[in-house]
Design a protein around this ligand. Sequence first.
Ligand code: 4AD
Ligand code: MG
Length: 463
Amino acid sequence: MQRPRVKIVDVLKLEPPRSDLRVKGWLRTVRDSKQVVFLEINDGSCFASLQAVCPATLADFEAVRKLSTGSAVEVVGQLVASPAAGQRVELQVTELIVVGLADSSFPLQKKRHGFEFLREIAHLRPRTNTFGAVFRVRSALAQAVHQFFGDRGFVYVHTPIITAADAEGAGEMFRVSTLDPAAPPLDPAGKVDYQHDFFSKPTYLTVSGQLNGETFAMGLSDIYTFGPTFRAENSNTSRHAAEFWMIEPEMAWCDLDDDADLAEAFVKHLMRTALERCGEDLAFFNKQIDPGLVARLEHVLSASFERMSYTEAVRRLEQSGQKFEFPVFWGANLQAEHERYLTETLVGRPVFVTDYPKEIKAFYMRRNDDGKTVAAMDLLVPKIGELIGGSQREERLDVLTDAIVHGHLDPVEYAWYLDTRRFGTVPHAGFGLGFERLVMYVTGMENIRDVIPFPRTPRHCSF
Ligand code: 4AD
Ligand code: MG
């Protein structure tokens, strides 16, 4: 019987000599030195490739010499200590099967490619060192999310993707419709008649699972969602995507302080997991992408996050003597440059900014007693800016209804949401963590387009 294939991550842990190992993967490089051909085989199971040495005695040696980068092969051989520098072990090949050839037009040749070029061939990016590492880290972090909440007894809730409610009240939603855009049915007033649409009303892709999540927290106490969210905002930055993944915990009997405590423990857990489980990949990022990355992550783990009110943050920004592109004043939205000054220059580590003016925050946030601010929190981190947005929720029916009306939203559309305040309302809080921004933070990758498999941004939706 044939020996089963062994993944390269496991091969590289073996003590040589080991005979009769079967390995399958794609060729990263092919080096022909006349008497032997050196193959570098990678199967994505780890960062490192396996060096396979094909001697001239190999059947079909001439075919081996013609192999090119990108081809898929299966090799059988003996694992030996490598006489050359660069690898501890190598495989002396006794049998080679070409599974799938890649011709010379394979675009990923040995040289380093720019990330912009690689975005154009995002379907081939998983074959590169950098993207293999990014997506292994992304996967480990996603698993760590479930582990964190699972260990704390949170219930994982699958909130809907299609919705009629604007969870943020900001009007940045993609429409979902089956109407013919060229000839939609019209009502007597000449407007599109959504009665005839699939759901008999206007519907959209969700911007956040929070409102549905809240209804579950009002029965299951501690819940979280982890799913795709969509924003039709025309933001062309390295930190915005039209489709991104968000993690949203929601906790009954919880105030803003408890919320920030959980967020801090959560971010630290994710960081720790990456350091523990993705050491080889992080070492690569630390060397090639973002020098100082590992030390920074370790520093974040050891320090407690700063907490500062919005009012205090604005005061510190005004006093900074810094020249900002956008003006700073109480009531203004904090821009990326302000956020980065706070977390990078002023504090030098993650900082929660809390209690923002109610005018610049979402309708569901709990109004503070000062009448001017709401119990909001944003977690700002170096190099990224806003990683988390959260709040204590307005649990008082009259105040919430007032905020909905004030936000020019339709209380009828939110009747189900208001019911949670009508029937056994309790103080509760939650937050949303942008998963791609977390992956950027942990890997040092600078563009959100390079930490999501197939990025969707304004004017870009390929693959
Ligand atoms: O601050 P946001 O808009 O908050 C909410 O959606 C709340 N409903 C969350 C909650 O309280 N349950 O978004 C939360 C996080 C941001 O801090 C940011 O990290 C990320 O989601 N985010 C984006 N990430 C990538 N591209 C975009 N366009 C993003 N918009 C927000
Ligand atoms: Mg926000």
